[in-house]
Design a protein around this ligand. Structure first.
Ligand code: A4P
Ligand code: MG
Length: 177
């Protein structure tokens, strides 16, 4: 599957900057393994660009990855995965609500954990914040063991260090290779 080149947007959506609101550097994982996968990821990226509280700074190539399933679960279709970097004036829970609304607009149905989905949008990290509440855990607890997250992430932020973590994204990724 051909992947589009890494996109760096030169001209930010300046709405948040004009308002003088604090912005956070946020990374979001995108995944799809149902329906028109590439179209769903592009739908999410376009929605990020259109939302005044977000600014899409960069996104990785869209990578095809083998589905990781739960023990005993039937094999699932392959995913397209990517990671996007955003600047964000939402709070973490507001961002989560926004991402869940995009998943709903993509027709995502929830029956079982890790089932095939049109669109999955997870918050990987939110600035230097560390939080653990019933609805949101940041940084995402499973990112450290997932090549389908770390590999695309290393395209756009190889030198990033997560809060409480000594290794960079690139080093975390190399450790899995
Ligand atoms: N939630 C807690 N923390 C977060 C966070 N950091 N970001 C809560 C987003 N949501 C977070 O998510 C369930 C609830 O998790 C949310 O409502 C939110 O309150 P979900 O997307 O409905 O459930 P899920 O995705 O079925 O379960 P889970 O455990 O979140 O799965 P993962 O970790 O997202 O993994 N294989 C490949 N190759 N590529 C993939 O992208 N993804 C999964 C799902 C499995 N295998 C995969 C892939
Ligand atoms: Mg999710």
């Amino acid at each position: 599957m051909p992947t589009p080149p890494l996109k760096q947007l030169a001209h930010p959506n300046t709405e948040a900057t004009r308002k003088g609101l604090p912005t956070e550097r946020v990374f979001v994982a995108l995944g799809s393994n149902l329906g028109k996968r590439q179209a769903w990821l592009r739908f999410a990226l376009a929605a990020f660009e259109a939302e005044p509280c977000l600014r899409l700074v960069a996104y990785s190539p869209l990578l095809e990855t083998q589905a990781v399933v739960l023990p005993g679960q039937m094999p699932a279709p392959p995913y397209l995965n990517a990671v996007a970097e955003l600047r964000c004036t939402f709070s973490p829970l507001e961002l989560l609500a926004f991402l869940l609304s995009l998943e709903a607009r993509a027709g995502r149905k929830r029956h079982k954990r890790w089932e095939a989905r049109t669109l999955d949008l997870d918050i990987l990290s939110f600035g230097q914040r560390q939080m653990r509440c019933p609805r949101l855990v940041v940084p995402h607890p499973r990112l450290y063991v997932r090549t389908f997250v770390l590999f695309p992430w290393a395209y756009i932020a190889p030198w990033l260090r997560l809060p409480g973590e000594k290794l960079t994204i690139w080093e975390l990724c190399s450790r899995l290779a």
